[in-house]
Design a protein around this ligand. Structure first.
Ligand SMILES: Cc1ncc(COP(=O)(O)O)c(C=O)c1O
Length: 417
């Protein structure tokens, strides 16, 4: 126990708690311990200020007016796009499309790339650990086109079965391989670079779901070489309502538009239109301007922390979390039990206690964790559980909070089991 206490003291939060106004709010008269960043992250004051300042000083529609406010709004909006391109090491800002979230990015691809490229009996290769966002759009596409789905199995230890992956590539010759760079349930970080390389060698186009990874790990799409990647602003200290779809320029150029309306056109006649250039071809209607500016402020905050340090902080925290939680009798961790290639999200069950009851009990202690199927019902089935409890950490989390979680779970266990 002494050893644990010393370790807990040594892992401080990477980001000052005071930077996040909401963390000053007590919950049931206790300090808030927020352990649900996998669902959405909290926002630093710099993000809130950037959005507030935009509305107070600059608010105007983009790409339209020849007046000062509109020019400034357009400039900030397009600067944010360039910032994002640098953050993920895209070749060009033209490869950055603003969406509402990861889910919309995946649907955009399914409706444009999918409907134009897939035929009956083509294979889309996914994995068993996908979020519904990276499953249901492909199911709908398969229903529409007659394409079939295949799945890379998840092993009992929570890692992908790479032998099966190699075999599926060989036997199915999939047109598309789509997988998450970090599981929101298991924390598993698959060997993405190798997987992309193997998929390309088999002739597949590769989509990566970066909803979890881009917030927590350095991202370099040139090195990864995926054809497309989607992620959400709200999971990486930014606001809700803004996401990004990155795609290689050649791939995006070849696609038809997704939604029709203002901004996505070059010229319009009564019976026809020409599409705008990239990336605006995919951005129909007035975009989420304040949210884009808020996302750029979030990137600046993360860059100040340095993504390599964010990743190292979370590896240390998850190492501690795995040790602390696995010492609790009756607690079963669903996912890898070592901190290697693993994000700081831990799903678990506690004997017969329902995860929802546990989450409600912990809330009385000011501790926010998630309970449910985490939008991954097939994965719950794979591990034969109806639901799990899930605790996740981020830049503002420290090990003392993990200790408080452990103590609260132990108390729940004594009371109810
Ligand atoms: C792995 C993964 N993919 C996709 C999503 C969907 O993200 P959003 O709801 O922001 O579209 C999530 C959200 O939790 C996720 O964890």
């Amino acid at each position: 126990m002494l050893d644990q206490t010393n370790r807990a003291r040594s892992i401080e939060a990477l980001a000052p708690r005071a930077d996040f106004p909401i963390l000053a709010r007590p919950i049931h008269d206790r300090p808030l311990i927020y352990l649900d960043s996998t669902a959405t992250s909290q926002k630093p004051a710099t993000v809130l200020d950037a959005m507030d300042s935009y509305y107070r000083q600059t608010n105007a529609n983009v790409h339209r007016g020849a007046y000062t406010l509109s020019e400034e709004a357009s400039e900030q909006y397009e600067q944010a796009r360039r910032h994002i391109a640098r953050f993920i090491h895209a070749h060009s800002w033209r490869e950055i499309i603003f969406t509402r979230n990861t889910t919309e990015g995946i649907n955009l691809l399914a409706w444009t790339w999918g409907l134009s490229q897939l035929k009956a009996r083509d294979t889309i290769l996914l994995t068993e650990m996908e979020h519904h966002s990276n499953l249901v759009p492909w199911q709908i596409l398969a229903q529409r086109t007659g394409a079939q789905l295949a799945f890379v199995p998840v092993r009992e230890d929570g890692r992908l079965d790479l032998d099966a992956y190699r075999q599926l590539l060989e036997t199915h010759m999939p047109k598309l391989v789509a997988f998450s760079l970090m599981s929101n349930v298991l924390g598993t970080i698959p060997p993405a670079r190798l997987m992309v390389e193997l998929a390309h060698a088999a002739g597949a186009t590769v989509f990566c779901d970066g909803a979890q990874s881009v917030a927590h790990l350095p991202t370099d799409v040139r090195d990864l070489d995926c054809d497309a990647l989607a992620f959400s602003g709200h999971k990486m200290l930014g606001p809700t309502g803004i996401g990004v779809l990155y795609g290689k320029r050649a791939l995006l150029e070849a696609l038809p538009p997704f939604m029709g309306g203002g901004d996505m056109i070059g010229e319009v006649q009564l019976h026809t239109f020409t599409p705008n250039a990239l990336p605006w071809k995919f951005e129909a209607g007035t975009p989420a301007i304040a949210e884009v500016i808020g996302l750029a402020a979030a990137l600046s905050y993360l860059e100040h922390l340095e993504m390599a340090r964010v990743a190292a902080h979370e590896t240390a925290l998850v190492d501690y979390m795995l040790a602390r939680l696995s010492a609790i009798p009756g607690l079963r961790i669903i996912g890898p039990t070592d901190a290697v290639d693993r994000g700081a999200v831990v799903s678990f069950t506690l004997a017969e206690l329902h995860p929802h009851d546990l989450a409600t009990l912990l809330d009385r202690d000011g501790i926010a964790i998630r309970a449910g199927h985490h939008c991954a019902q097939p994965l719950m089935e794979r591990f034969a559980v109806p639901a799990t409890a899930r605790a996740s950490a981020y830049v503002y989390t420290n090990a003392a909070e993990i200790d408080a979680l452990g103590v609260a779970i132990e108390r729940a266990r004594r009371l109810f089991l």
